[in-house]
Design a binder for this molecule. Structure first.
Ligand SMILES: O=P(O)(O)OC[C@H]1O[C@H](OP(=O)(O)OP(=O)(O)O)[C@H](O)[C@@H]1O
Ligand SMILES: O=c1cc[nH]c(=O)[nH]1
Ligand SMILES: [Mg+2]
Length: 209
């Protein structure tokens, strides 16, 4: 069963309170999502391996640690996943970025795939699927299935807010995927929006409503 990690760091929670607030406008919303993406990346990469390297400071030789070159790919689910990606890239600039375009059909709530472009060596990479919202879970489940069909095998999911329904569905569909979020909310409403949530992440990021 994939583990669920909820980041209760005060900085993340502080920024999330403004992200949720309906008074926060598009510009500030985008900046805050970017910043939380960066802070979360710090935690999500905590188990990455390092290897010893010999370096020379201006004073003496020493053994220091560097990332052991594990290849990383970030896969934002379009559109809203883009909002967190630049923030993560600030910490891991060598990561490659693949894109999975999905929208949620408002009637059926099924995820409809419209675009996939991945790094060629996706099967060798550690993968972080990025989407701020995990509501019913359909989009994350579909995106991860799409990645697995193309050879991906080491996958984690990173989001801002999840509903319990989405966490359960994702764990059942992909029991090898750990889930990293900033908040586990109460439930879904009748239109499968997260309560209390933040509204529609894509529309708030891109000002489309
Ligand atoms: O867990 P689910 O029930 O599938 O819902 C979550 C999905 O809904 C939103 O995308 P949306 O369809 O609004 O597309 P957008 O990012 O282009 O706005 C969100 O960014 C997730 O991808
Ligand atoms: O609450 C929700 C649910 C799905 N997608 C969003 O952007 N927000
Ligand atoms: Mg949307």
């Amino acid at each position: 069963m994939g583990k669920v990690h909820v980041f209760d760091h005060p900085l993340i929670q502080h920024k999330l309170s403004y992200i949720r607030d309906q008074k926060t406008g598009t510009k500030e919303f985008r900046e805050l999502v970017d910043e939380v993406g960066m802070l979360m990346a710090y935690e999500v990469t905590r188990d990455f391996e390092t290897t010893d390297v010999e370096i020379e400071t201006p004073v003496t030789k020493m053994k220091a640690q560097r990332l052991s070159g594990k290849k990383l790919a970030l896969i934002p689910i379009l559109r809203a996943g883009l909002g967190m990606t630049d923030g993560i890239m600030k910490l891991v600039p060598a990561a490659r970025v693949g894109h999975v375009g999905l929208y949620r059909d408002p009637e059926t709530l099924e995820a409809v795939e419209y675009f996939v472009k991945l790094p060629q060596d996706i099967e060798e990479r550690e993968i972080i699927v990025v989407d701020p919202m995990l509501a019913t879970g359909a989009s994350a489940i579909e995106a991860i299935q799409s990645l697995k069909n193309r050879g991906a095998n080491k996958i984690r999911f990173m989001g801002l807010i999840a509903a319990p329904e989405g966490v359960k569905a994702l764990q059942e569909a992909h029991d090898d995927v750990d889930i990293y979020i900033a908040a586990l909310d109460e439930k879904l409403d009748d239109h499968a929006y997260i309560i209390p949530g933040l509204g529609d992440a894509g529309d708030r990021l891109f000002g489309t409503k």
